[in-house]
Design a protein around this ligand. Structure first.
Ligand code: RP5
Length: 163
């Protein structure tokens, strides 16, 4: 039987998948069950609300939301749930994602969204942050996260420069 999603990954458009698949890949690598969906704060607000409710009631622990331009997706989700919402700004055509970043990061006091870097690094880091939160109550996951960090450190330490 398919495991219930612990993380909801949502993006404003199918065109965001190219970036947001980094979040999905990272969660899959850690064995964290997730559900990924394209839903828009502006174009499908009713369906978005129903999906957030469904996931929250089903036991999801946080949401990762990627959107571009006037990127209200993460904020709109945060308005509907007290679960942590992690926002990922998409690179955009005209302002290279600065519009997305400012739209996501400038939430009004009282409704927080944790905002990550623009693009692929942000998508992967949002997933790693979700893993870190879940690892607080899951020793096996915490050990996997430690091993992941060690692997990165070892890769840096093994570098031999040609001098
Ligand atoms: C936003 O507008 C989406 O998150 C996407 O980043 C951007 C462009 O959307 P499409 O025109 O590809 O549907 O809502």
């Amino acid at each position: 039987m398919k495991k219930k999603p612990l993380v909801g990954i949502v993006m404003g458009s199918a065109s965001d998948w190219e970036v947001m698949q980094q979040a999905a890949k990272q969660l899959a690598d850690f064995g964290v069950p997730f559900e990924a969906k394209a839903l828009s704060a502006h174009r499908t607000p009713t369906e978005l609300e129903a999906w957030v409710k469904k996931l929250a009631q089903g036991g999801a622990r946080c949401f990762i939301a990627g959107a571009g331009g006037a990127a209200h997706l993460a904020g709109v989700i945060a308005a509907q749930t007290t679960l942590p919402v992690l926002g990922v700004p998409m690179p955009s055509k005209h302002l290279q994602g600065l519009d997305s970043l400012l739209s996501i990061v400038q939430m009004p006091k009282g409704i927080p969204v944790a905002t990550f870097a623009i693009g692929e690094a942000g998508a992967a880091n949002a997933a790693l942050f979700a893993v870190a939160m879940l690892a607080l109550g899951d020793a096996k996951l915490a050990a996997r996260l430690q091993a992941f960090r060690k692997k990165q450190a070892d890769a840096v330490k093994s570098v031999r420069l040609p001098v």
